[in-house]
Design a protein around this ligand. Structure first.
Ligand code: TTP
Ligand code: MG
Length: 368
């Protein structure tokens, strides 16, 4: 199916943890609300998980230390609450259930995001897409009481970036002809998988915007970043992304998940655990005589939020080293983008099918 004809949406729930708190206590709505992960060391140590838009006006956002948030909100009637992940998950489940009904294909990513392929549902008509988003927003508002922002585009990559443009309760539609103009001026770190280190490397090359990256020689990118990433960056910068919207777990996979001895951001410590898991997985798929074509990782952070990333290989493999290499790269990229400590880790292999798959440009390398 030609990429241009698809219509893909990314739904991102607005200031999600904080919005959930406002939902069960509407009197919070006109106050700055900060949801934090308290580390327990002192009453104030820990980091902000998220905040409502009122708190953001004072520079309080995800990742900053709680004591700094307190300082920035001093004298205001601010409310600080601990993360209640189970409650947010219940709200999320109800919303996802509703959204699923609007999609030809649905893929939830984390607790507050989902991709919807709506191409057939709306006969490829972007005007209908806007109407559909209005319906979705109204349905979720009425049934659950939560707002979200939506990006609509010809593929997952564009939809994801678009979803960030108008928040909260926004919608951004990028037409296929408008993709280049939309992406060109954006900084390279708007692309999934471009973290701080990559930004620095690219800056040295004189590459700051997506337009710079799109024009940069693909062979040089491959020399610098390796084949998979180099080609991914080149395609992504040019708005090319054929990755299907696919329910997680649709493809059979074999995996292991486990808790680390202590919370860490140290890749070497993580890989010790991952190596044990690979050993077990290896036994299992060798017994079943399977070749795998996908390697995935998962991480649960200290605030119990979880992230997963996966990478599809150019060709099927059956050895341990390939899993290890891919898992290490995925964790390395992930650590590069997140500031939280990791508590549990996992690795899996999948896509055991022998058929050649068409989809090779995967933004799901980076999990979103
Ligand atoms: P986001 O969608 O990144 O943020 P958000 O929903 O709070 O705000 P926005 O309106 O900009 O979409 O993340 C979703 C939830 O994940 C967020 O509500 C809390 C959690 N989270 C953390 O716990 N730590 C973090 O560093 C980030 C970025 C998010
Ligand atoms: Mg969100």
């Amino acid at each position: 199916m030609p990429t241009q004809q698809r219509i893909v949406m990314l739904v991102d729930l607005d200031y999600f943890f904080a919005q959930c708190e406002e939902l069960r206590n509407p009197s919070l709505k006109d106050k700055p609300v900060v949801v934090g992960m308290y580390s327990g060391r002192t009453a104030e140590s820990g980091a902000v998980s998220t905040s409502n838009y009122l708190a953001r006006k004072y520079g309080v956002k995800s990742g900053i230390p709680l004591f700094l948030a307190k300082k920035r909100l001093e004298g205001l009637d601010a409310v600080f609450l601990p993360v209640d992940y189970n409650y947010y998950e219940q709200i999320s489940d109800r919303i996802m259930q509703i959204l699923r009904g609007y999609a030809d294909a649905f893929e939830q990513v984390g607790i507050d995001e989902a991709y919807l392929d709506v191409t057939q549902h709306i006969h490829g008509d972007l005007e209908e897409a806007k109407a559909l988003v209005s319906q979705m927003k109204a349905a979720v508002k009425q049934a659950v009481g939560v707002t979200f922002s939506v990006g609509v585009g010809p593929n997952k990559l564009v939809a994801k970036i678009a979803s960030d443009m108008h928040k909260p309760d926004g919608i951004t539609v990028v037409e296929p002809e408008g993709v280049d103009a939309f992406l060109s001026p954006l900084p390279v770190d708007s692309l999934l998988g471009v973290g701080k280190k990559t930004v620095q490397k690219m800056e040295v090359l004189g590459v700051k915007t997506i337009s710079d990256l799109a024009k940069y020689d693909v062979q040089k990118l491959v020399d610098i970043f390796g084949k998979t990433l180099g080609v991914y960056f080149h395609n992504a910068a040019n708005g090319i992304n054929n990755e299907p919207v696919q329910e997680a777990g649709e493809a059979e996979s074999i995996g292991r998940m486990g808790t680390l001895k202590e919370n860490t951001r140290d890749l070497a410590v993580i890989m010790v655990k991952i190596d044990q898991q690979i050993e077990e997985i290896y036994q299992e798929f060798t017994q079943k005589d399977l070749n795998y074509k996908l390697v995935g990782i998962a991480a649960v952070m200290t605030d119990l939020s979880s992230k997963s990333r996966s990478k599809t290989l150019d060709k099927p493999a059956k050895d341990k080293e390939t899993i290890r290499e891919a898992a290490q790269t995925l964790f390395d990229n992930y650590l590069n983008e997140s500031t939280l400590e990791i508590r549990r880790v996992g690795v899996r292999v999948g896509n055991f099918s022998k058929e050649e798959r068409q989809q090779k440009q995967l933004t799901s390398f980076f999990g979103h």
